[in-house]
Design a protein around this ligand. Structure first.
Ligand SMILES: Cc1ncc(COP(=O)(O)O)c(C=O)c1O
Length: 390
């Protein structure tokens, strides 16, 4: 959904390190002050004004009690309809604090202790931990790295894994973190078909979906799989509107999983969601469109700028601009910095990137770089990387 914006919702050149370093979130606190952080998926942009207003009004009202998701559920369903043509009954939505809590709840209700859960490395690091902490085990089906540096699902690998007796679920990152891949309709149809044939439940983590960039479009897994699928989708305003600390993600169930998942999620789990998260997410979905459009334009420019800066300053780096979101997945193997180039870049360049190996198989030699910042700060990040390899 495009908005007619005469002026951007914010000026990306008006983002300054002095202000960012006053933030008390994980991104800005984890490293010592001389390190430039470009790691965890927080954005450096100013909060969307409608969300800031909603939160200010809540503070002014001393409206700081427990959350009540009555407005969020239809707001989220209306956003999904407008953004992706995905229609679901708002009553199929369950609000939980965050996507990781939602994955744990879904694994608990869709699988049994000891079961195998397929993931597709290199993939979002906590997927490994959340499966293990739920008492299930990870079954890896690595993505295939194509000759042009893009990634796709391994259909033969998935078919073999889904046929295993221990495998009962597939935890999908769609769009994919860290590769930025937006899965194609035929890949999603292949997953849905295999899942149906082998009785495998699909948990589709679509947290990055509002940030699909020009040239790609997001097709929700449940649109492909249909209402009788043994599947759930996890969505959230937390990545696209930078609300991760406020705590409100949404589980969308099908008709089938409404009975097996939604109705079994305990009230105390939903009640740990944040009231400010629920208010902010509803505001994001209802009023955050113009701001999101500016963010998408900035990220589109930054993903290209990152390619130009790397070509100029680190010409041996292999980088394919992501189809979605703000994470650059960069192969630095040619620089001979070992399996974990992020360690050398931190030590000698004072720049904080996510280590490729933490994303599992296929991550050696890579770093993940967060480019949701100003062009000037992005240039400084690449300068610091370049200082190590020159
Ligand atoms: C693919 C993916 N899933 C889940 C999360 C975490 O989301 P939450 O903070 O809602 O648990 C992230 C955070 O970056 C992510 O990239």
């Amino acid at each position: 959904m495009r908005h007619d914006l005469d002026v951007p919702a914010f000026d990306v050149d008006d983002i300054h390190l002095d202000d960012l370093r006053r933030r008390r979130s994980a991104k800005w606190q984890y490293y010592p002050a001389d390190v430039l952080p470009a790691w965890i998926a927080e954005m450096d942009f100013p909060l969307a004004e409608p969300i800031a207003r909603t939160l200010r009004e809540a503070v002014d009202l001393s409206d700081t009690g427990y959350q009540w998701p009555a407005e969020l559920k239809p707001a989220c369903a209306d956003f999904a309809h407008d953004a992706w043509g995905w229609d679901f009954d708002p009553e199929r939505v369950t609000v939980l604090p965050d996507v990781l809590t939602a994955i744990t709840q879904c694994l608990t209700h869709l699988t049994a202790p000891g079961d195998g859960v397929v993931i597709t490395p290199p993939v979002y690091t906590p997927f490994f931990h959340v499966v293990a902490h739920a008492g299930r085990h990870v079954v890896e089906v690595p993505l295939i790295r194509l000759t042009d540096g893009r990634y796709s699902l391994d259909d033969e690998g998935l078919a073999a894994a889904f046929a295993r007796a221990d495998v009962t679920a597939f935890l999908l990152s769609h769009p994919h973190n860290p590769t930025g891949t937006v899965l194609a309709p035929d890949e999603l149809a292949m997953v849905a078909d295999l899942a149906h044939r082998h009785g495998v439940a699909v948990i589709s983590d679509e947290i990055h979906a509002p940030l699909v960039l020009p040239g790609a479009s997001h097709l929700p897994y449940l649109v492909v799989a249909g209402d009788d699928a043994n599947a759930v989708a996890l969505i959230s305003a937390s990545k696209a509107w930078n609300l991760a600390g406020l705590k409100a993600a949404q589980v969308v169930a099908t008709e089938r999983t409404t009975a097996t998942v939604t109705e079994r999620i305990p009230l105390e789990a939903t009640f740990t969601s944040g009231h400010f998260g629920v208010l902010a997410a509803a505001s994001a979905y209802r009023e955050g469109g113009p701001w999101l459009q500016t963010v998408v334009e900035v990220l589109d420019a930054n993903r290209r700028l990152l390619g130009e800066l790397l070509a100029e300053r680190l010409p041996l780096a292999a980088y394919v601009a992501p189809d979605a979101s703000f994470l650059g997945w960069i192969d630095l193997d040619a620089y001979g910095l070992g399996a974990d180039p992020a360690a050398a870049l931190l030590e000698r360049g004072r720049v904080g990137l996510n280590p490729g190996p933490s994303f599992g198989t296929g991550g050696d030699g890579f770093v993940r770089l967060n480019f949701a910042t100003s062009p000037a700060i992005l240039a400084e990040i690449v300068d610091r990387m370049a200082s190590v390899v020159q």
